[in-house]
Write a protein that binds this ligand. Structure first.
Ligand code: ATR
Length: 273
C-alpha cells in the first residue's frame, strides 16, 4: 500500500516510455516488502530534474539516454569507476547529497560470467558509444584482451586509447567473445545484424545488449552457427540488481528479475497484437 511514508525512486531519460526499469524495481520492492515506488520521468532539462530530486527527497534514480554523461557535473560525489567511464546510470540520495555510480559495467561482466570466465579471453566490442564505454571498462578490469570496432573508427580509436586496449576496422573470427553494443538489430533495424554471419564460429560467446526484439538477428544467426548466446535482458537485469543493492542493501534474485521481464515483454507483445 502506498502511503505518506512511501519512498520514491525513479528513472529519468528521454525517451523513457519503453523502459523496463519500473517493472524490475517495483517487483523487487514488492518482493522485498519495502514501502517504495519507482516511476519513470521523461525530462527535458537535467539541471531542473536534479533540483527536483533534491527538493522532493527522491531516494534513488536511474539515469538513461541521453543523460548518463551530462549528469556527472550535477552530482555532489561520483564513484571513481563512474568517473573513469565518464558516465553514471545510478544516483543514491545520501541524506540530501547525490552520489553517482555506474552499474552498467558490472551488468555486462556478470551477464558474461554466467557462461564464461573472462580472464585471458579475447573479446570484440562492436560500437564505441556510451554503453560500449561501460562494457569496455568491465572487460578490461576483468583482464580480457579487448578489441573495439565501430562504424566511426575515430571513436573506436579514442575509446581504445582511453581504456588501454586495441581497436580495429577489420572484423575477426579470432576472438572468444563478441558483444554488440550498437543499436543495429534494435527496432527499427531488426532486419540487420552488426556482424556478418561468416565471423560467427562454433563455441564463440555472443552477447547482444539490444532487447527489443529479444532474439535479434545477430543472436539468431549466432545460435544457428553453434555459438553460446546471451540476450539483452541479462545485462539489463544485472545492472538493475546492482542499483537495487546500492539503494536498499538487498541483493535481489536475478532469476526472478529475468522472469518478470520475460513476462512483461510477452504481455507487451499481446497488447500490441
Ligand atoms: P549508447 O549509449 O546506447 O551506447 P550511443 O552512445 O549513441 O548509444 O552509441 C551508439 C553506437 O551504435 C555507436 O557506436 C554508433 O556508431 P557511430 O559511433 O558510428 O555513430 C553505433 N551505431 C548506431 N547506428 C548504427 C548503424 N546503423 N550501423 C553501425 N553502427 C551504428
Amino acid at each position: 500500500m502506498l502511503d505518506a511514508f512511501t519512498n520514491v525512486y525513479c528513472i529519468i531519460g528521454n525517451p523513457v516510455r519503453h523502459s523496463l526499469s519500473p517493472i524490475i524495481h517495483n517487483m523487487s520492492f514488492k518482493r522485498a516488502g519495502i514501502n517504495s515506488v519507482y516511476l519513470a520521468f521523461e525530462i527535458k532539462n537535467l539541471g531542473d530534474a536534479i533540483k527536483g530530486i533534491k527538493a522532493l527527497g527522491i531516494k534513488g534514480v536511474s539515469i538513461t539516454i541521453p543523460f548518463k554523461t551530462e549528469v556527472i557535473k550535477y552530482l555532489d560525489e561520483v564513484d571513481p569507476i563512474a568517473k573513469k567511464i565518464k558516465a553514471a546510470n545510478t544516483i543514491l540520495n545520501r541524506d540530501g547529497s547525490l552520489v553517482g555510480y555506474n552499474t552498467d559495467w558490472l551488468g555486462a561482466v556478470e551477464a558474461l560470467r554466467e557462461v564464461t570466465e573472462l580472464e585471458g579471453k579475447k573479446a570484440l566490442i562492436l560500437g564505441a558509444g556510451g554503453a560500449s564505454r561501460a562494457i569496455a571498462y568491465g572487460l578490461i578490469s576483468s583482464n580480457c584482451q579487448l578489441i573495439i570496432t565501430n562504424r566511426s573508427l575515430d571513436k573506436a580509436k579514442k575509446l581504445a586509447e582511453e581504456m588501454g586496449c586495441l581497436y580495429s576496422q577489420e572484423l575477426t573470427t579470432e576472438v572468444d567473445i563478441v558483444i554488440n553494443s550498437t543499436s543495429v538489430g534494435m527496432y527499427p533495424l531488426e532486419e540487420e545484424s552488426p556482424l556478418p554471419k561468416c565471423y560467427l564460429k562454433k563455441g564463440m560467446i555472443v552477447m547482444d545488449i539490444v532487447y527489443k526484439p529479444l532474439k535479434t538477428k545477430l543472436l539468431k544467426e549466432a545460435a544457428k552457427a553453434g555459438c553460446i548466446t546471451i540476450d539483452g535482458l541479462s545485462m539489463l537485469s544485472y545492472q538493475a540488481a546492482y542499483q537495487f543493492e546500492i539503494w536498499t542493501g538487498i541483493k535481489p534474485d536475478i532469476s526472478k528479475i529475468k522472469e518478470d521481464l520475460k513476462n512483461a515483454l510477452e504481455r507487451g507483445k499481446d497488447e500490441r497484437d
